[in-house]
Design a binder for this molecule. Structure first.
Ligand code: MGD
Ligand code: MGD
Ligand code: MO
Length: 726
């Protein structure tokens, strides 16, 4: 396949137009995208009350291919009435993620029991009764509640409340497979687990680090902000083992100049080894130290732990650092020179940083580098984890976590007059592990695809199959409904946010709360998530708690509770009247006062992790998203940015292809400690030699369940593999 020379541009526009035509015409798509609802894809938080395609700075038009794909998926017709008679469960397992999604919108509750070969439609009452009966006879500790990040704050809040009052803390979300390392890592530094900056800070900085993130594909609307940053004379340093074409050059579709001429993105493109970031960042820190470019005033007055950190960096030898990160001394010095000259730097990162056994250490090390030059606690500089799902951050704020923050726990108890369980709850990996031990009787999945997103797919399928009952609330079919079934499986069809009869809210990666107006349902059948949750709570808990579940059907009532209980969310209580979207109080850190025990930010000594896969016959494997997928939903088989026409490939450096005696397009087997994937095609790509790339979610067949012990984020980007011919 032809490799494009820049990301974005005309292909993105043609795609958008084509997709719009398929979903009932350009006008219909435009209207859907312009409706006052938060964009459905990434957590940049477009849309809301300013109208769709507008960002937090009021910029229009902001649109990306992914939001069009997500919208088109929701706008498609309903699943054909006889679909489930025609396709047995076994046949569903043979369908690809794209085929399942393209089958149409789910409109009727579905059921498959242990003896069934097919899903069959059941009534809502039947479905909800079955779930309620099951929950009533199950010990709460033998259940778990998984949440993806696309549902609303209101649904997230209500379901976690119900689950806790039912009696379990096994409440978790996809963040545990995503940015958990960022949340846990940042909390040890600033006392707060989210971004320290708001969107307009990016418009004020003079240097951006993009570490282990591919926004050209995954946060495309950030690209316009980055292009404008460079036009103002700002610099961009990319740190990524893989040379992502969209981070080299990008054509912003909504910017004529950029669209025609293309815009340069990276000023410096650093390609470390997979897992080499701590060594690289430590090396830059060492070079900054040696240049005498430390912000002594900030370090002395506003931080703890500097001496130990400085001592540690000084003790590291140059040779060792260069070897571990795989980046030459010259490049490190060049980066340090640019950084030392910067007045305002923002550090952005995503999954290339968190998906490691040392993900937590990665995040702490980024923060160390920022703090040593005083890039924290003032406007225009700071730390910005690029979040995934459009409301994954809101899920965390709403208490969709195994352990609530103390303030939230106390306020939940006092506001509602209830007693909450205090048992240690399970995180996502813990829940799946418990299921595999045969100790889970019931699992609820609010959106997402727990099977598909999980490492070690065979294990995930086996674990889910041991659960008595799995209940999904979903908009469309995905591989989880085929492979991630319990003995009994129930699928409840729900409305997308722009079909909700009542307004909903979402939280962006910039800690900004958006109001979505909702809209007309596109199909008869699906129900609002909040209504389904309230129905369940009434059936299971009835009047046994002081909570009036009937009143909780009103989103406005839920928002009043959120305003009382969730710190920083006070303004949500009146949002129906004010229609004012807002920045969450106490999160953006523009002052040099930090919500830690000492009021100061904290340096941490981060040990260099061993570089995995240094045996000559091994490669380190990362698993990534292509341009044409959203997580486990694959819309297109090809990946234009990486020049791939198919997904069953393993990409590596030309020198490695030669070293192993392979040829491009030769069929190989990739083997890890977990399993093997056969019949993959060898492809060449510009990645640091010694490292390889495959596509998620297919590669999860061979990704081990290894996780960062501190944040429990799986090491999806760092698997040692051997590659054999045939
Ligand atoms: N189109 C699209 N958009 C999305 C998504 C999607 O699937 N499709 N998913 C959403 C979600 S949930 C998320 S979390 C985000 C994900 O957004 P990203 O984190 O940008 O996505 P990934 O493809 O997982 O990989 C990120 C990058 O990390 C690099 N990388 C891998 N290993 C390392 C390493 O050891 N060090 C460094 N420095 N870099 C490394 C890879 O080369 C890749 O460029 O995107 C969100 N937006
Ligand atoms: N190997 C490997 N594995 C990974 C990753 C990786 O990079 N490599 N990335 C990880 C990351 S970052 C993440 S976030 C996880 C993704 O984990 P998940 O969030 O669990 O998975 P998704 O594929 O995003 O879920 C998509 C499904 O959500 C449902 N859905 C869509 N919209 C709605 C809605 O409005 N309401 C409801 N109720 N349902 C809806 C649809 O049925 C759709 O099929 O995967 C993780 N797994
Ligand atoms: Mo994610």
């Amino acid at each position: 396949m032809r490799r494009v020379k820049a990301g974005g541009g005309w292909p993105a526009i043609w795609y958008a137009l084509g997709k719009a035509r398929q979903s009932g015409g350009l006008w219909r798509m435009y209207k859907a995208l312009r409706s006052k609802n938060t964009c459905k894809t990434c957590a940049l938080g477009m849309g809301g009350q300013l109208g769709g395609m507008v960002n937090e700075a009021g910029r229009f038009p902001e649109v990306c291919k992914k939001s069009i794909q997500a919208m088109a998926a929701d706008m498609q017709g309903r699943i054909q009435p006889h679909f489930f008679d025609n396709f047995s469960l076994e046949q569903l397992r043979g369908l690809s993620s794209r085929e399942l999604e393209a089958a149409g919108r789910l409109t009727e509750p579905l059921y498959a029991g242990p003896l069934d070969n097919h899903y069959r439609c059941i009534t809502w009452d039947d479905a909800l009764d079955r779930i309620a009966v099951k929950l009533k006879k199950t010990a709460p500790e033998e259940t778990f509640f998984y949440f993806s990040g696309r549902s609303s704050n209101e649904a997230g809040f209500l379901l976690q409340l119900f689950a806790r009052l039912y009696g379990t803390n096994n409440i978790n979300n996809c963040s545990f497979f995503c940015h958990q390392a960022s949340g846990v890592g940042l909390t040890t530094v600033t006392g707060s687990g989210t971004a320290t900056v708001a969107l307009d800070d990016i418009q004020r900085c003079d240097l951006l680090f993009l570490i282990g993130a591919n926004p050209a594909s995954n946060h495309p609307r950030l690209m316009r902000t980055i292009v404008e940053h460079r036009r103002r004379g700002g610099k961009v340093i990319v740190v990524n083992p893989l040379r992502e074409i969209g981070l080299v050059r990008f054509k912003v579709p909504s910017d004529v100049r950029s669209l025609l001429l293309g815009s340069k993105i990276a000023d410096v493109y650093v390609q470390p080894h997979i897992g080499g970031d701590i060594a690289f960042l430590a090396a830059v820190a060492k070079a900054v130290l040696e240049r005498g470019a430390v912000d002594e005033q900030f370090v002395t007055n506003h931080t703890d732990g500097w001496d130990a950190f400085q001592g540690h960096i000084e003790s590291l030898g140059w040779e060792e650092l260069v070897k571990r990160c795989g980046v030459g001394r010259e490049t490190i010095e060049h980066v340090a020179e640019i950084y030392a000259a910067s007045q305002k730097t923002i550090f952005c990162w995503a999954m290339g940083i968190t998906h490691h056994e040392h993900g937590f250490g990665n995040v702490q090390m980024i923060a160390n580098l920022a703090m040593m030059r005083g890039m924290l606690g003032r406007a225009g500089c700071g730390l910005l984890p690029l979040r995934g799902h459009s409301n994954v951050q809101g899920m965390g704020s709403m208490g969709v976590v195994p352990k609530l923050k103390e303030a939230v726990f106390e306020r939940l108890e006092s506001t509602f007059g209830v007693t909450l369980p205090t048992s240690a709850g399970l995180d996502t990996l813990g829940s799946i592990g418990r299921a595999d031990e045969g100790k889970v009787r019931f699992a609820s999945c609010l959106g997402g695809n727990l099977y598909g997103s999980n490492p070690d797919s065979a294990f995930a399928a086996r674990a889910m199959s041991k659960i008595d009952m799995v209940a999904y609330m979903s908009t469309t079919l995905n591989t989880g409904h085929a492979h991630g079934r319990g003995r009994e499986t129930i699928i409840l069809p729900v409305l997308a946010r722009d079909e909700e009869p009542q307004a909903t809210t979402q939280e962006s990666m910039f800690n900004y709360v958006r109001l979505s107006d909702g809209g007309q349902p596109r199909h008869v059948g699906p129900r609002s998530e909040v209504q389904v949750i309230a129905d369940l709570a009434q059936r299971v808990l009835g009047d046994s708690t002081p909570i009036d579940w009937e009143s909780m059907r009103r989103h406005g009532r839920i928002r009043e509770a959120i305003a009382e209980i969730i710190p920083g969310y006070e303004k949500i209580g009146a949002i129906d009247q004010t229609r004012q979207e807002f920045q969450i109080d106490g999160r953006t850190l523009h002052e040099r006062k930090f919500p830690t025990d000492t009021g100061r930010a904290k340096f941490h000594v981060v040990d260099l992790p061993a570089l995995a896969g240094t045996d000559n016959g091994e490669l380190r494997l990362m698993t990534v998203r292509s341009e044409g997928q959203f997580n486990t939903v694959v819309y297109e088989e090809h990946d234009i940015y990486r020049g791939q026409d198919r997904r069953d490939v393993v990409m590596m450096h030309p020198d490695d292809i030669e070293r192993f005696g392979f040829e491009v397009n030769q069929r190989v087997t990739v083997r890890s400690e977990t399993g093997a994937l056969a019949n993959l095609l060898v492809r060449s790509i510009d990645i640091r030699a010694g490292n390889a790339v495959m596509y998620y979610p297919e590669a999860n067949a061979i990704i081990p369940k290894r996780a960062d012990p501190r944040s429990r984020t799986p090491a999806f980007k760092n698997t040692v593999v051997r590659i054999e011919p045939g």
